[in-house]
Ligand binder design. Structure first.
Ligand code: ADP
Ligand code: MG
Length: 487
């Protein structure tokens, strides 16, 4: 259950709800056959329907509906058997029809939730809905000639707008939600997730209140297209709202924009109400009917979902929920883990090495697991050598370094070449232990008098004398048995 850990900022509770536009990865547009490919010459990918020429009619793209169904299944939503397209009326130069086709009263995806970890705390954010709609065109401001052009290539691009309840209580939680949502849509392949190209854009609704009070008035920060800006924008907005209230002002509901250059949010317009849009059902489109059979077919075609995969990792590999969730951040990561584990049959060790040593090296180079310089099978062999006592953890890190630098993929050859094998010759080890005991009478006496720390000093000396090749556990055992005092 939700922990009642208080997260007050200067005595205020933060409330955040998200509206996210995920561009669906169909080849053609939602109501026309024009291409959705990014980056074409302006207005070369806008057909008569997208240009809203008189007499044209929209035709629903089945692929867009399928992707909405996939999303609903992934987050445990109700898929509406019958949903309705509506016209959202407003005037803007990049919208030649004068209305956007969207869904209003009855969206295709209803309810559901997104679950994720914030640190080691599990969170669940409820979804209100996800609806299909078309994107508008783009105004291109050519500042140097003081003119604005309209590019309608984006007009009619299919979007799924995903709306949460105001469930989030900090900017960090909201960013974690956005990352999880991004993971889900890219995992199931309904969106390419490219944030720079605008394929995944978040609007953050932010308000603050004193604990126990009714929800405060929100301001909506539009079009956040990087996780970093998202965090900065919300943090600025939260402080700004608290300062306003502390100064005795009230918050006006508004739509604001974040300026990454100044790090500030600024009001763009006071927020419209739904009534301003004069929504009504689009007479050009019949209701969207989705049969039980269609949902079942889509379900059968989907690969294992991250949540189900994490549950399987817990059950089959005995991993903690936290580890299982971490390893299912992406298809590539989970596949890497499973391939390594197939080789070494040491799931917990594989998980620790991937989330620790491997991830740290990937992060330092800012690359993903796909670009890791060693194949998972090689990591599996390395882990096997730790598990069977051939090398210590420390030596394994050196082998990993060598593999990372591209020194081939032969773990055993590297261990041999670098002389990293642990000392398994107990006669040789015993000789070292005896020498160290003889030379450190003071530590020996202290240990025998009950000072456990004195043992560490002896272990350290032995490890050093063995050039790190002794097995620390073995050294420990040997020392204890040799120094055991009769009780
Ligand atoms: P509208 O239809 O005017 O956009 P919605 O009720 O659909 O308003 O809410 C839009 C988003 O704002 C949702 O994600 C919702 O969770 C969030 N939201 C609503 N009220 C608040 C509030 N007081 N503080 C923060 N977020 C809110
Ligand atoms: Mg809304």
């Amino acid at each position: 259950m939700e922990k009642t850990k208080s997260l007050l900022v200067m005595g205020y509770e933060v409330v955040i709800g998200f509206e996210t536009h995920a561009q669906l990865s169909t080849q053609s547009k939602i109501f026309s056959r024009a291409s959705t490919a990014f980056g074409a010459e302006p207005n070369t990918q806008a057909c008569a329907v997208d240009l809203a020429l008189p007499g044209t009619l929209p035709v629903m793209n089945k692929g867009a509906v399928e992707r909405a169904i996939q999303f609903g299944l992934a987050v445990g939503s109700h898929i509406a058997p019958k949903s309705i397209f509506a016209r959202k009326n407003y005037f803007y130069p990049d919208l030649p029809k004068g209305y956007q086709i969207s869904q209003f009263e009855i969206p295709v995806v209803q309810g559901g939730s997104v679950e994720f970890f914030l640190g080691d705390e599990k969170k669940s954010v409820r979804l209100v809905r996800a609806h299909l709609e078309e994107d508008a065109g783009k105004s291109l401001h050519e500042d140097f000639i003081g003119q604005t052009g309209i590019d309608l290539n984006r007009a009619g691009t299919p979007l799924l707008e995903i709306v949460t309840e105001p469930d989030m209580r900090s900017s960090a939680e909201a960013v974690a939600y956005a990352k999880e949502l991004h993971k889900i849509v890219t995992w199931i392949g309904i969106c390419d997730g490219n944030m720079q190209e605008g394929s995944f854009r978040c609007d953050a609704n932010v308000s603050v209140r004193k604990p126990g009070e009714a929800l405060g008035t929100r301001r909506e920060i539009k079009n956040l297209n990087s996780f970093k800006f998202m965090q900065q924008a919300m943090d600025y907005e939260i402080r700004w709202q608290i300062e306003q209230l502390e100064d005795g002002h009230t918050i006006q509901q508004a739509t604001v924009l974040f300026n990454p250059d100044t790090g500030e949010t600024r009001a763009m317009r006071t927020k419209e109400d739904a009534a301003d849009y004069r929504y009504f059902p689009d007479p050009d489109l019949p209701p969207l009917v989705i049969s039980r059979e269609w949902v079942d077919t889509v379900k059968a075609s989907m690969a294992e979902l991250p949540r189900a995969m994490a549950a399987r990792f817990e059950a089959d590999y005995g991993l903690s929920e936290y580890d299982a969730t971490s390893l299912t951040q992406s298809h590539a990561l989970s596949a890497y883990f499973e391939a390594a584990t197939r080789v070494c049959a040491q799931a917990k060790l594989a998980s620790n090495w991937i989330m620790g040593e491997v991830s740290r090296r990937l992060n330092a180079q800012d690359i993903g697991i796909e670009a890791a310089p060693l194949p998972p099978e090689t990591l599996g062999t390395l882990i096997q050598r730790i598990a069977d006592g051939t090398i210590s953890n420390n030596a394994a890190r050196q082998v990993l370094d060598a593999l990372w630098e591209g020194d081939g993929t032969h773990v055993d050859a590297i261990i041999e070449a670098k002389g990293l094998k642990q000392m398994n010759d107990s006669g040789a080890l015993e000789a070292i232990v005896d020498t160290v005991i003889a030379a450190n009478a003071k530590n020996v006496a202290e240990f025998q008098a009950g000072n456990e720390k004195a043992l560490n000093a002896l272990v350290g000396q032995i490890m050093k004398a063995s050039k790190g090749k002794a097995n620390p556990q073995q050294v420990n055992d040997l020392l204890r048995s040799k120094l055991a005092v009769a009780t």
